[in-house]
Design a protein. Structure first.
Length: 152
């Protein structure tokens, strides 16, 4: 198991609610971030039509190592300030974790911050230094582009 963590942030001219709407709609991620989020299927709807539980397939590439990760995510929302996506373990012995936490704050420009924290089954010899920050930065860039396009 390898620990991955990272963070990234960005600013844009959009209402916090517009940002949160895109970030909470996990089922739309494959449309605007298809290189990583290959599939996202809502298993349980939550309040106001937002997903509460989603089956997802992520394509992760770290150097020469690439893997498709399929798991379910719980979506917790503190509207519109925080959206947390947390991997649901398959069983009591499942020790892999994956969590993305989006923070949305208003100001002269809206700021979105993303924190990534994961403990994944990655071969020991695969170098992971900086991978979490790169993944976070890429996800923030794509999210901002989708928000600016007026995405759902």
């Amino acid at each position: 198991m390898k620990q991955l963590s990272g963070s990234a942030s960005g600013e844009l001219d959009a209402a916090p609610e517009a940002c949160a709407r895109v970030l909470a709609a996990l089922d739309s991620y494959p449309r605007w971030y298809p290189s990583v989020v290959r599939e996202a299927e809502v298993l349980e709807p939550g309040p106001e039509g937002r997903p509460a539980k989603v089956r997802t397939v992520l394509a992760i590439a770290i150097g020469p190592f690439s893997k498709q990760l399929e798991f379910n995510l719980a979506v917790e929302v503190d509207w519109p300030r925080q959206i947390t996506l947390s991997r649901i373990p398959f069983s009591a012995s499942d020790r892999e974790t994956f969590a993305l936490t989006w923070h949305v704050s208003s100001g002269p420009r809206t700021r979105i911050n993303l924190g990534l924290d994961a403990n994944l089954d990655v071969p020991r010899l695969v170098p992971t230094a900086g991978v979490g920050d790169r993944m976070s930065a890429s996800l923030v860039r794509h999210a901002i582009a989708e928000i600016e396009r007026g995405g759902s």
